[in-house]
Design a protein. Structure first.
Length: 554
């Protein structure tokens, strides 16, 4: 037909955009390349948006699978170079992180939000580059899933201590793959979602090539067999963990107890929420007194312990007798110990306005007074300290308002009413090591005191999803207590016993069971993560050796 290509070439050679791993596209007309590039860019951008919709508040868990099916199909096109893979990965990351992290700019401005989204997008960019590098290996969906888990590990570790927000697994709290988090933690769940999505892309590509190019049936079956096996393995592992989870409640290590979470609310949302510290403390005292009255009249069960949020007392009760008196009054009224979130001068700090502080959750018992405490060990950059001040002072006028907090130590376990409670204060729940360390130290209940008054309901819902993952991951009830919400009590299978609305005063009071059984994720979660990182590194090594041998043979 005047194209200059004979019939044998048309039937025996796949089109350039379907030659997985070949990297050859010199003979493809420029118009075709331009059209293919626009399609790839659109598909990549759509994939990023789809991944965003899998997170709260939409919670379309299935959209994450579609996202990686699209992204995988783009990255394995032969026309995509490693540099192109980097660009497509960054585009995917921007389309995902910009809407996911929109709440970060509500009170501090647009530039910090965009800067954070841009930094986060670098990691999917590196994934895209490496995905193009290893795509020629047999079973490419497996290697891409491992590489994605590796970039999530890197992003959770660096810079400034890492930023795990946006791990793919955190968007799966309403999806059928959630039980996998009890097998290998969030890294395994993220890798499973990527594996299923990329396997779907591999099947689609194989079917299209077989239909378009009349491939031999045996070769077509071989191309489909591996990804189908991967999907079946994920499904079987999910079913097995789901069955185990359903029986966990009957094997609880302790009897039922009643716990309560108090959400006192703040005078106003915003960056200066704590300008009225006494009002915030009074709100939590008042809501606790309301709970005590409901207990007295029989409208609520008597709690064995009460969880107050982070920053519920930004007045140090150890140096302010009036604040201490209010907390004592609340505990005596409810007749139960309260885990109080407070700000205290760091050890060694002096003066009326100390230069450094600790973010502390401290148990106050109505009979014995102050008991055990947890000083927040993983502190939040920009909220509790300012990294790279020379840079960020140019990006936001609020940079100098960042706190001067120091990290605490310990395993995160405090005892209240005889119950070992694992405390992960706000930001800490994002990091796999914090709740795991507490459970390994004997925690039978997990508490997440948090303060979201500087953000909106979307941020609070995203953080609540992380707490849900931790409940399933470690087979523990989780009590989330927020100053403004969303507070919740979450069962080990991920369902909520109750939740509050955002930005209202409320309390939760319900019966839970204390658990002692350790899940595989609790025991071996870090090993699973390192295994996934190792698989990704092995794929890069294998691809390097393969390219070296081809270069020498050529």
């Amino acid at each position: 037909m005047g194209s200059g290509t004979n019939s044998r070439d048309r039937t025996s050679q796949p089109a350039a955009d379907e030659q997985i791993g070949s990297g050859e596209h010199d003979s493809v007309p420029g118009a075709v390349l331009t059209t293919g590039r626009m399609v790839a860019l659109s598909a990549t951008f759509a994939a990023g948006l789809l991944l965003w919709t899998s997170f709260p508040v939409l919670n379309w868990w299935w959209a994450a699978v579609l996202a990686f099916a699209l992204l995988g199909a783009v990255l394995v096109r032969a026309a995509i170079t490693p540099a192109g893979g980097l660009g497509y990965g960054v585009l995917f990351g921007l389309a995902f992180y910009a809407p996911l992290l929109r709440w970060t700019g509500d009170f501090v401005g647009v530039w910090p939000w965009l800067a954070l989204a841009g930094i986060c997008a670098v990691f999917p960019g590196m994934f895209g580059l490496l995905a193009v590098f290893v795509r020629g290996l047999p079973g490419w969906p497996i290697w891409l899933a491992a590489l994605w888990a590796a970039q999530e590990w890197a992003k959770s570790s660096w810079p400034v201590g890492g930023f795990p927000w946006g791990a793919v697994g955190f968007g799966q709290t309403t999806g059928p793959l959630l039980p996998l988090v009890a097998l290998g933690g969030v890294p395994l769940l993220s890798a499973a979602v990527v594996l299923v999505g990329c396997s779907a892309a591999a099947v689609m590509i194989a079917v299209m090539r077989a239909w378009r190019d009349s491939e031999p049936a045996a070769r077509g079956r071989t191309a489909v067999w591996a990804p189908v096996t991967c999907v079946c393995s994920v499904v079987l592992a999910t079913v097995a963990m789901g069955v185990q989870m359903r029986g966990s409640e009957s094997r609880a290590g302790g009897g039922p107890v009643v716990v309560a979470a108090v959400q006192g609310n703040v005078p106003r949302l915003g960056y200066d929420f704590n300008a009225q510290r006494r009002a915030v403390l009074d709100n939590h005292v008042d809501e606790t007194l309301r709970l005590a009255e409901d207990v007295k009249t029989g409208h609520a069960p008597q709690p064995r312990l009460v969880i107050w949020p982070e920053n519920s007392s930004d007045i140090d009760p150890l140096t302010n007798p009036d604040a201490a008196g209010e907390i004592k009054h609340a505990t005596e009224a409810i007749r139960a110990p309260i885990v109080v979130g407070m700000i205290r001068a760091a050890p060694g700090a002096t003066g009326a306005y100390p230069s450094s502080w600790t973010n502390t959750a401290w148990v106050f018992d109505p009979r014995t007074g102050w008991g055990e405490r947890h000083d927040k060990a993983i502190i939040q950059p920009f909220g509790e300290y300012l990294p790279w001040p020379g840079l960020f002072r140019h990006l936001s006028e609020h940079a100098d308002d960042a706190g001067h907090f120091v990290a605490g130590h310990g395993d995160g376990v405090v005892h209240a009413a005889g119950i070992p409670v694992g405390v992960s204060t706000c930001w800490e729940v994002l990091f796999d090591r914090a709740p795991r360390r507490a459970v390994l130290a004997g925690a039978q209940l997990l508490a997440v005191p948090t303060n979201n008054a500087t953000y909106d309901a979307t941020m609070s819902a995203q953080q609540l999803a992380v707490a849900t993952e931790r409940a399933v991951e470690h087979n523990r009830y989780v009590v989330v207590a927020g100053t403004t919400g969303i507070s919740a009590i979450i069962a080990p299978d991920g369902h909520e016993l109750g939740r509050t609305r955002f930005n209202q005063a409320a309390y939760l009071d319900d019966t839970i069971h204390l658990h002692t059984r350790l899940t595989p994720a609790t025991r071996w979660g870090p090993l699973v993560q390192w295994l996934l990182v190792g698989i990704g590194a092995a794929a890069i090594t294998a691809a390097s050796v393969r390219k070296y041998r081809r270069r020498r043979a050529g």
